[in-house]
Design a protein around this ligand. Structure first.
Ligand code: UD1
Length: 311
């Protein structure tokens, strides 16, 4: 009845739930494992194609049983302590979740020779740290500075090299600054666009750290989903890491200006001093992803407009 059996860890989260939406359209049978530490149950679309387990990926007994019983075609590893600040507060538990739980999944696939069409791990542009070279290319030197970045980088290597060593089809992605519907604005360390949205909706003050001339590669979540689907469905693409962004560099000031036009009212701004450890400029080289057919469809204005409508 269904096309493929798909596991999405972190499927109740921001990026995960957007992926679920797409997988439902594609006719897949989807299993979500999410402990709702970051995600929300109401993010998950109601569908008879979806089975949801409120479980931590660190529950290895549960995960092993699930993997052995279901024999998934595709696995998307999106569950994580997703906040860098949180990882600095809780480095050890972050490691258990962001690295060990994922390595356990790889090990289970290896040990029981589970058949699999593709496993995809979500890493982060945070692995580049303070390397100032722009645009950021996958082969550039990394500089993981926080527990979050260290675990993302190490797990990327586990995923790619377990793939090579044990012939498991794997890929990893490095997300740049993803934004869009269902991004959670509840922490001060949430993505800046979710925080600007909160301010815009409530006609509240938005705080810019620094002069607002810092730049990022803001990528709309639907483009991210395009990349994830491409990378999993291309059978000859494996054992490599891909930047996921737009290749366009936008300053925070430009974002605020564009958003003011979309919201059709001023977003009052105050400037405080720069955030410690903030990087000044960031933009992805996306030529590897383009080479397999990826084209970002949402420029900033279009993406922000869609995001605004969803609020
Ligand atoms: C991302 C991480 C961050 C990590 C960094 C490492 C997220 C949401 N953040 O930060 O935790 O240290 O990668 O690579 O994934 N800003 C404001 N006002 C605000 C919030 C943010 O001016 O209220 C500024 C920040 O200072 C920054 C820019 O907006 O210059 C973007 O911030 P953010 O969305 O946190 O992303 P990154 O800085 O890329």
């Amino acid at each position: 009845k269904f096309l493929d059996k798909v596991l999405v860890t972190g499927g109740a989260g921001f990026i995960g739930s957007n992926l679920i939406e797409r997988l439902i359209e594609d006719g897949d049978q989807i299993t979500i494992v999410d402990d709702l530490s970051m995600g929300l149950k109401q993010n998950i679309p109601t569908s008879d194609q979806v089975t949801f387990y409120q479980k931590s990926i660190t529950d290895s007994t549960f995960m092993k049983e699930l993997l052995l019983e279901q024999k998934f075609d595709y696995i998307y590893l999106l569950a994580a302590v997703a906040s860098v600040a949180d990882s600095i507060e809780r480095p050890y538990i972050t490691h258990e979740i962001n690295q060990n739980a994922n390595v356990f999944i790889l090990e289970t696939i290896r040990k029981y020779k589970l058949p699999l069409k593709k496993l995809l791990f979500s890493s982060s542009a945070a692995v580049y740290g303070n390397n100032p070279k722009l645009p950021k290319q996958e082969m550039d030197a990394v500089d993981p500075l926080t527990p979050y970045a260290i675990d993302k980088y190490a797990t990327e290597r586990f995923v790619i090299n377990y793939g090579r060593l044990y012939n498991i089809p794997t890929v990893a992605v490095r997300f740049f600054n993803v934004y869009g519907p269902r991004q959670n604005p509840k922490s001060p360390y949430s993505g800046v666009l979710s925080l600007i949205s909160e301010a815009a909706i409530h006609h509240a003050m938005f705080t810019v750290f620094g002069d607002g001339e810092q730049t990022r590669d803001f990528v709309f979540v639907k483009d991210v989903i395009q990349a994830l689907i491409l990378l999993t469905k291309k059978t000859d693409t494996r054992h490599a890491v891909f930047n996921v962004g737009t290749g366009r560099e936008t300053s925070l000031n430009a974002v605020i200006k564009a958003y003011t036009e979309i919201a059709q009212h001023d977003i009052p701004v105050r400037n405080l001093s720069e955030r410690t450890g903030d990087i000044k400029r960031s933009v992805a080289d996306i030529s590897s992803l383009e080479a397999i057919g990826y084209r970002p469809n949402y420029d900033l204005t279009t993406g922000l407009g869609k995001y605004w409508q969803s609020l």
